[in-house]
Design a protein around this ligand. Structure first.
Ligand SMILES: *[C@@H]1O[C@H](CO)[C@@H](O)[C@H](O)[C@H]1NC(C)=O
Ligand SMILES: *[C@@H]1O[C@H](CO)[C@@H](O)[C@H](O)[C@H]1NC(C)=O
Ligand SMILES: [Zn+2]
Ligand SMILES: [Zn+2]
Length: 357
């Protein structure tokens, strides 16, 4: 079903402050991380390495290290190949080109088939570990939200109540339990306000429908976490209820308090992962909470029209919800988000230009 993945980098602070990726702390040998060689390099070097080496490579190019990029695309479900295919070679071949075309269209990037700047930047962005599944071929042109294969949802009578619990043995100490619970409570209520589904914290973790915990490295589901940034969390489609967060992240509930440049907003990640738990897959809409990546220190907790239409087509609408009020605020929020996106790209370009001098 769903897996984790990779890499860091986005905002400018990032480029300078992200130094060491923490070691794996798995009790038993972790499955090899597919692009491990790249993540092991310090991020400053890594960043230079990455852009210098791969920028504008295209079909026919032979670039040392390209096999790592192939593993990345393979991991997220973009690079599919026949049994005889050798993923370890560094040739930019037709399957890689088609993987990149697919990735670019799935993530709302310009579709060039090349490893251009925006594509490399997206590959470097921290993200959800769930692979980006291809939308069904009959997807309506105006809809962007995507479901998991078979369109699974919680098959209970509507209105329904789902319970959630926190694994007592898999919590983090950098935040208080009450702060953690509050972030999740807000995230669940965000979804509950648009669909006839109510979420309540279970008294007994063992019986909760949704089981939440923080894990490091390999934690037994074949989807190891990778340390700071890269993969932030993953969760599973209905009715699994498993919700795992990477314990190595600097989780934050308030950026005024948590000043780290690699801090990740807990509520934003919770809102995204709850979308998966309800049956939504990744959306190509950059403003949607179901878009797969999230920058460090970014807060994205409001559902977009795309998220709402997606989840309501699974569960119907909450009778208390009206679209008209939301549309207004959504449109202005999207405009603001586009502006922010442009200015951060601009800043990155500036820094890149400076660092190459
Ligand atoms: C795959 O490619 C790598 C790198 O070029 C090479 O070392 C390896 O022998 C190849 N494997 C096969 C099965 O051809
Ligand atoms: C709608 O709002 C009423 C009044 O606040 C509340 O009692 C009811 O539970 C809400 N319905 C749903 C499905 O959330
Ligand atoms: Zn996701
Ligand atoms: Zn897991």
């Amino acid at each position: 079903m769903l897996l984790p993945s990779n890499h860091p980098l986005y905002s400018l602070l990032f480029l300078f402050f992200l130094h060491n990726l923490p070691p794996y702390t798995a009790a038993r040998p972790a499955p090899e991380f597919p692009w491990k060689q790249l993540t092991e390099t310090t991020v400053n070097n890594y960043h230079h390495y990455f852009y210098n080496r791969f920028l504008n490579s295209r079909r026919g190019s032979h670039v040392s290290g390209l096999s790592e990029i192939k593993r990345y695309f393979h991991h997220f479900g973009y690079l599919t190949f026949e049994a005889h295919y050798n993923i370890s070679d560094d040739i930019f071949d037709a399957p890689l080109e088609s993987a990149i075309l697919h990735y670019q269209s799935k993530l709302g990037l310009q579709v060039t088939g090349k490893l251009d700047f925006d594509t490399l930047t997206q590959v470097l962005s921290p993200r959800c570990g769930v692979p980006d599944k291809q939308p069904s071929p009959t997807l309506h042109a105006t809809k962007n939200y995507v479901f998991f294969p078979g369109k699974p949802r919680w098959a209970r009578r509507i209105p329904m109540t789902l319970t959630y619990g926190f694994s007592p043995d898999n919590m983090i100490r950098s935040l208080s339990l009450s702060d953690i619970k509050e972030a999740f409570k807000l995230a669940f209520s965000t979804w509950a306000s648009v669909i006839p589904v109510n979420f309540v914290e279970a008294d007994d973790y063992g019986f909760a429908d949704i089981k939440i915990g923080f894990y490091s490295g390999d934690h037994g589901d074949g989807e190891p976490f990778d340390g700071v940034l890269g993969i932030l969390a993953h969760s599973f489609s209905p009715e699994s209820g498993k919700f795992h967060l990477d314990a190595a992240e600097t989780w934050a509930v308030d950026f005024e308090v948590e000043k780290s440049s690699v801090a990740v907003d807990l509520e934003s990640v919770a809102v995204h992962e709850i979308g998966h738990l309800l049956g939504l897959s990744h959306s190509p809409v950059k403003g949607a909470v179901m878009y797969p990546s999230l920058k460090p220190r970014e807060k994205k907790v409001e559902l977009s029209v795309d998220d709402i239409q997606g989840v309501q087509s699974l569960y119907g609408s909450n009778p208390n919800f009206t679209f008209s009020s939301l549309l207004e605020s959504d449109i202005s929020a999207n405009r603001a988000a586009d502006l922010r996106f442009e200015s951060s790209l601009w800043a990155i370009s500036m820094i890149l230009a400076a660092s190459f001098l």
